[in-house]
Design a protein around this ligand. Structure first.
Ligand SMILES: [Zn+2]
Length: 262
């Protein structure tokens, strides 16, 4: 998270493209109507895989609960922010290895895996123009912690979601899904004591559309956890992908789940 300063953003944002947004909404509405029509014409078993059916049902639930008119349906897409990408290096190790490099490698793998699973996914920069009013089922920003040796307990991951979100239940569910799946797959402890306002008030949370469920994950400390972050990004990305799919597919988290702390 180090050095993320929105006011240092060298990228000037374009003004919103009114026509393309309008077209996008029309297209989304069209797709939603078409999907609903197809869905009633054929049985789901013929047309949809379990995953698609599941996603469709979630989409329907969200539409019923949250969105008063069809034009406000969110696109069935996921945003993945590679922390510091396009802006700065983030934390830097003595040998020149940077947090941004780690974040981008992990984010790229997460995007590839989610796309392979059938989702529409955007790989986003730290201050990407597309973040403004970004609409999707979920948005996850990937960061890593300091490369300096702090103490023997400076190991593990952190997850935070917006504290003032309009849909807190969804944010908390995404947070819990990420924590459970990431801890289970990577074996890294949950470093709860160092979650700072930098994370809970992360700038991106205020830029995206209020109906987009978001979270930020610091996948580990670049010092003590460098081996898994640098040499096993596949495992790291598997943990994040499983957390996002847990949220989207409304999978459960075991009641007896125990947080492992450093
Ligand atoms: Zn960072």
């Amino acid at each position: 998270m180090n050095r993320v300063q929105p006011d240092n953003n060298p990228i000037s944002r374009r003004s919103p493209a009114t026509f393309s947004v309008g077209n996008a909404i029309l297209t989304i509405t069209g797709i939603a109507v078409l999907a609903a029509t197809i869905f009633t014409m054929w049985t789901p078993a013929n047309l949809f895989s379990d995953r698609m059916q599941n996603m469709y049902e979630i989409w329907q639930i969200q539409a019923t609960v949250t969105f008063p008119t069809p034009t406000q349906l969110p696109p069935a897409r996921i945003g993945i922010v590679a922390g510091h990408y396009g802006n700065d290096s983030g934390a830097v190790c003595p040998d020149g290895y940077t947090e941004m490099e780690a974040n981008l490698k992990i984010a790229t793998l997460v995007v590839q895996k989610l796309k392979a699973a059938g989702y529409t996914v955007d790989l986003l920069e730290e201050f990407d123009d597309r973040l403004s009013q970004y609409r999707g089922m979920a948005l996850v920003s990937i960061h890593n912690d300091s490369c300096e040796y702090v103490n023997d307990e400076a190991s593990g991951f952190k997850v935070a979601s917006p504290t003032d979100n309009a849909f807190v239940e969804r944010s908390e569910r995404l947070e819990k899904c990420l924590i459970h799946r990431y801890q289970t797959i990577t074996g890294l402890p949950f470093h709860i004591n160092t979650i700072t306002p930098d994370m809970t008030s992360y700038h991106t949370f205020n830029e995206i559309h209020t109906e987009t469920t978001a979270a930020i994950i610091e996948t580990g400390f670049l010092n003590l956890d460098q081996d898994i972050i640098r040499n096993h990004p596949d495992t790291i990305s598997d943990g994040i992908v499983a957390g996002i799919e847990c949220f989207i597919r409304r999978e459960s988290i075991p009641n007896d789940f125990q947080l492992v702390t450093p």
